[in-house]
Design a protein around this ligand. Sequence first.
Ligand code: SF4
Length: 492
Amino acid sequence: MPDDAIVPSESSGPVSVFDMLKVGVGPSSSHTLGPWRAAEHFVDRLRSSGRLGQLAAIRVELYGSLAKTGRGHGTGVALMMGLCGHDPETCDTAEVQRIGPEAVESGRLLIGGEQSVPFVRDRDLAFDSTEVLVGHPNGMRFVATFDDGSTADQVSYSVGGGFVSHEGEDVGDDSVDETKRLPCPIESAAELLAWCDDGRSIADVVRANERVWRTDAEIDVDLIRIRNVMRDCAFRGVSTTGTLPGGLDVARRAHDLHRALMGPIEIDDSATWLDNLRHADLGFGDTVRFVSCLALAVNEENAAFGRVVTAPTNGAAGVIPAVLFHHLAQLDPAEWERTDIDAECVRFLLVAGEIGAIFKKRATISAAMGGCQAEIGVSSAMAAAALTECLGGTVAQSLMAAEIAMEHHLGMTCDPIGGLVQVPCIERNAMGAIKAISATHLALAGEPELARVTLDDVIDTMWATAQDMNQKYKETAEGGLATRISVSVVEC
Ligand code: SF4
């Protein structure tokens, strides 16, 4: 790493692939999932201090980027869900649509599922776009008032990808366990390459580290669960028509694209849909359309508050499923029969997760810190490395693929129209997926030892670019397309 003030923005230390691939609810990991988790954390603190039963009122103040694009990103509804004790991984996603109107009708919120307090959305969720808290552009303060008039508060930061940190609590964030000692600690692509010197693949090395948290069987089961959430999400996306919420009137397109390619969907389960991919007879042009269709499908679901896998963020959730399922669809029926499909998916996700973790440790996965290069760029790099390993590339070629994918996202700004995760976000997932596949094939045909730029070089350049980037291009909706096109956002 060059010494000219390139300092990683987020905590280093152990990061599991399950921190990089989390089940959540759309549309944003930093503005929906992070605040949701922070609200759950605050309510847990109230409960464990024994004061939840004395709660008389609750208020949340949102600052910086959270205030500027929170309305379009569903931050308010995510906070209400978290305050009421719903978990983003297991909740009924229909509740996301109900909770706001119900709170307005009753004028109350059932905190932690047990303590009812008065709640007026415009009063008790305060968006202050004039102030930025010192810890991170995505800052929020929770204030609880008790029956006796005393108060308690918590300042939290949503630092990207659904990770959250809390002021006054230890450095780092909720998900990262600093106490774990990994057999193969990895802070850079060079270190990952070195751990593979003994002939192990990237997936082998990552699995060795993951055994600190889980058994082999648990790693496989939990990654297949992640794959299944991605599969269910893509299937819902290609099965659904209509217009996305938020006021921009964006029509869903994945359904019609899928129908044109594969015919009408005559099944109602995603497992059969995935299995049927073996019969997809895709030529080159179809492949591009198919990958784009899957990426749109996932991100249309994300924009509609559906359940997605944060990979490494919600805004970029479509890239990895699109590339993974494209990879499976490219297997001919005989190859499909020979291949352990679940094992192939696990391998893909292990590699993707580790590449994302290196970006998180060495730079950022937060658009509020680094613009869209930190979301779509990182997901494209993750997918490129994973696809390269699955296609038989060397470790060096996989890292080269990740480098190529990120190199061509450097400087990409975040400028969501209306603060909604729709335009340009949904199409950007298709572009990120296509770039990942191109990067893979360039790397497979390339010689990594001749490459002039390493993955670590490009990660450090991304971080330097993030620091140079004007704040208006960092998830504020104050620059780019966001100021060119006006829209009246309808808050959910
Ligand atoms: S423009 Fe990119 S970083 Fe910004 S919200 Fe959309 S997908 Fe996320």
